[in-house]
Design a protein around this ligand. Structure first.
Ligand code: UDP
Ligand code: MG
Length: 348
């Protein structure tokens, strides 16, 4: 099995019927001039709009197109994960199917990879056609994540990126359920670099990331890579303790000098009580977020359920350490480095 493709393009799809044909055409246009073998892995994340039929049609027409179809909608990050699990190329490229990440940028990612980088992420120098709210929250989000996490997650960078197969192999070992793929690829390490691009407007359809999902995603990102929200409580408790000491002294002094009626009102007490309980509930919520995620991980359910696949010439085993890993190891251009993590060696 030495006919591994050079590149695996992974595209998650949830109701993108109006984009698929053009997306496929642009991928072909970007990759064919390179004269290297590639495969396009489309992950159908429970689409209900005819996207599936379109994918099958593309796979029928072009033997390089493969389809992995989920039993239901599992979410964008999980769909990307499945694509990486199945990818056999020497390099794996993650890209959205709505043409917001232009396939024309892929050759630039590949050029950097050929210079010897293991992860080449695409940095959004500009975002076209997105609401001011989305731009502002995204900007804030990336900067906050960058600040409070211990690993170096580059700002203004989505999942559009290229990773060497050896990075993909480490990702396959990381079976956490709440996934923040861009953080996880940063976590792996090796040589990483960025390439600037302009994020285009969506060609067809609407974003599948309404505010509610973005908040959930941000929570996953923070809890996956930081304990900052838990640690901040100790500072707040110190500040409140010092404050209460000062207020205690001041009130005692006032009472001694100006009489017993001073600070006799209940309003202050009630307001303070409500303020402090809201603080406490807020931090209970934060602790709850970590506890719920711990529970999620201990149940250890599979990350996704595949209903059907199409376009695969040979059976592929997506499990980490499964049969296809030997195939993937053959596919990896560089020999395994000594520094590669113990986990990977055990699985290989
Ligand atoms: N997507 C998916 N499952 C989901 C939501 C989105 O596979 O539950 C896909 C979607 O089809 C697209 C990509 O993930 O190819 C990015 O989604 P979207 O464009 O809605 O996100 P945005 O670009 O607005 O952040
Ligand atoms: Mg999009």
């Amino acid at each position: 099995m030495s006919d591994a493709p050079s590149y695996s393009i992974v595209a998650p799809v949830y109701n993108e019927a109006g984009n698929l044909r053009r997306f496929y055409a642009e991928v072909v246009e970007a990759l064919d001039p390179l004269n290297e073998a590639w495969e396009l892995l489309i992950v159908n994340d429970g689409s209900s709009d005819g996207s599936h039929a379109l994918m099958l049609e593309l796979a029928e027409r072009d033997s390089r197109v493969r389809v992995i179809s989920f039993a239901r909608n599992f979410g964008h990050q999980i769909a990307v994960t499945a694509g990486v699990d199945y990818a056999c190329g020497r390099a794996v490229i993650l890209i959205d199917a709505d043409l917001q990440d232009p396939p024309a940028v892929i050759p630039r990612l590949i050029a950097k990879w050929k210079e010897g980088y293991d992860v080449v992420y695409a940095v959004r120098s500009e975002r076209i056609g997105e609401s001011a709210l989305k731009k502002m929250t995204a900007k804030l989000f990336y900067r906050m994540i960058h600040r409070i996490t211990d690993i170096n997650i580059p700002v203004d960078t989505g999942d559009f990126r290229l990773m060497d197969q050896r990075v993909a192999r480490v990702l396959r070992q990381m079976r956490e359920h709440r996934r923040f793929i861009r953080g996880m690829t940063s976590w792996v390490g090796y040589k990483q670099t960025g390439v600037q691009y302009v994020r285009e407007r969506r060609v067809w359809g609407e974003t599948k990331y309404p505010l509610r999902k973005m908040i959930a995603f941000a929570l996953d990102a923070v809890t996956s890579f930081s304990f900052f929200p838990l640690q901040i409580m100790i500072y707040i408790s110190f500040i409140l303790a010092v404050l209460s000491l000062i207020v205690g002294v001041v009130i005692s002094a006032l009472r001694l000098t100006m009489g017993a009626e001073f600070f006799g009102g209940q309003a202050t007490t009630i307001v303070l009580l409500l303020l402090l309980s809201s603080f406490q509930l807020f931090f209970l919520f934060i602790i709850g977020q970590y506890v719920a995620r711990t529970y999620d991980e201990t149940r250890d359910r599979p990350l996704y359920v595949v209903a059907s696949t199409a376009g695969f010439a040979e059976a592929r085993d997506p499990r980490p350490g499964g049969a296809s890993d030997n195939y993937r190891r053959e596919a990896a251009e560089r020999p395994l480095a000594d520094s590669e993590s113990e986990a990977v060696q055990r699985a290989g």
